[in-house]
Design a protein around this ligand. Structure first.
Ligand code: PEP
Ligand code: MN
Length: 338
């Protein structure tokens, strides 16, 4: 439930409402907008709606039931876009963020070389997997902590914040010692113990849509993290499994405007996993920016033919540089910048 305060509500009125909510045993999420404060009541709606007397309290304009099953993620909770600041990089603002780097960190040299190349082309966040969720147990599983150390060195050299995947709650402390953003992969979107643990972290979380997940399921997963107290969540469309086999996944372009309309979290597009083929990554990246995405995640590799994972969907430095130039024009056309 949401309690909308009057625009002239006084701090003591807000405090009294918060106290009453807490007395009833619910948690509060305060959203202080320019015009008015909105008090989100976290917990079961039904009882409150039927029995609450909030509307007679001073400073209260009205109470509203949030119709969607996701509450904190919904636009009702926050009409303004959430902007996440990662070491000075704003995610969710007018400037489109480009997170680029290899699928997997393969060696110190390759991540350093890639970091410098993507930075020179205009990327503002460095990606790279150290713990890899591979479909086969026989495939390369990532360098683990060594990979995290190489990423941290690349950050030191370039100043780019880093994003890397965390696969289980037990790894959060270790990955959190190095990363600036926790990535939750498509195979873990509904790993609720991982999501709950990330809800207790004080670092942004990049949450991918599940391989066969609906948009609502993605937002419910975001809700797990938000309801734990971590409001720094961004959601990512990375393609879903459909009957189509021409590409690895089917990038759901619809998800971008749907997510932008229904939630206030930054929305990122991942055309690399969304297509699985570098030939299509550029077109889908441009489409995603035109559709309103707040950022892109792209896989870039010094030599995709020799990549240890996802080479087929990785861009060379040269192709990435060219795409960045094209993206600038698209961004400009829709009132954004890169
Ligand atoms: C990745 O980002 O390299 C990755 C494994 O992506 P996804 O979880 O979308 O498959
Ligand atoms: Mn990958």
């Amino acid at each position: 439930m949401i309690i909308v305060m009057k625009s002239h509500a006084e701090p003591k009125d807000i405090e009294a409402v918060v106290q009453r909510v807490e007395e009833l045993g619910y948690k509060v999420h305060l959203s202080r907008g320019e015009a008015r404060t909105i008090i989100g009541v976290i917990g079961a709606d039904e009882y409150l709606i039927q029995n609450s007397t909030f509307e007679v309290m001073d400073g209260v304009e009205r109470t509203m039931r949030v119709m969607q099953p996701y509450k904190l993620a919904s636009r009702d909770f926050s009409a303004t876009d959430t902007v996440i600041n990662v070491n000075g990089v704003q995610i969710g603002g007018r400037k489109i963020v480009v997170m680029a780097g290899p699928c997997s960190v393969e060696s110190r040299e390759m991540i350093l070389e890639t970091a410098h190349a993507v930075k020179a082309a205009g990327a503002t966040v460095l990606r790279g997997g150290a713990f890899k969720p591979r479909s086969s147990p026989y495939s390369f599983q990532g360098l683990g902590e060594e990979g995290l150390k190489f990423l941290a060195e690349a950050r030191e050299q370039t100043g780019l914040p880093i994003i890397t995947e965390v696969m289980s709650p037990e790894d959060i402390a270790l990955v959190g010692d190095y990363t600036d953003i926790f990535q939750v992969g498509a195979r873990n979107t509904q790993n609720y113990s991982l999501l709950k643990a990330l809800g207790k972290q004080n670092k942004p979380v990049f949450l991918k849509r599940g391989i066969s997940g609906t948009i609502q399921e993605l937002l419910m997963s975001a809700e797990y993290i938000l309801s734990g107290g971590n409001m720094q969540v961004m959601v990512c469309e990375r393609g879903i499994r459909t009957y189509e086999t021409a590409t690895r996944n089917t990038f759901d372009i619809n998800a971008i405007p749907v997510l932008k309309e229904t939630c206030h979290l930054p929305v990122i597009a991942d055309p690399a996993h969304g297509t699985g083929m570098w030939q299509y990554v550029g077109a889908v990246s441009k489409a995603a920016v035109a559709a309103g995405a707040d950022g892109l995640m792209l896989e870039v590799h010094p030599d995709p033919a020799r990549a240890w994972s996802d080479g087929a969907q990785s861009l060379t430095f040269d192709r990435f540089g060219k795409l960045m130039q094209e993206l600038r024009l698209v961004a400009q056309a829709v009132g954004r910048e890169i």
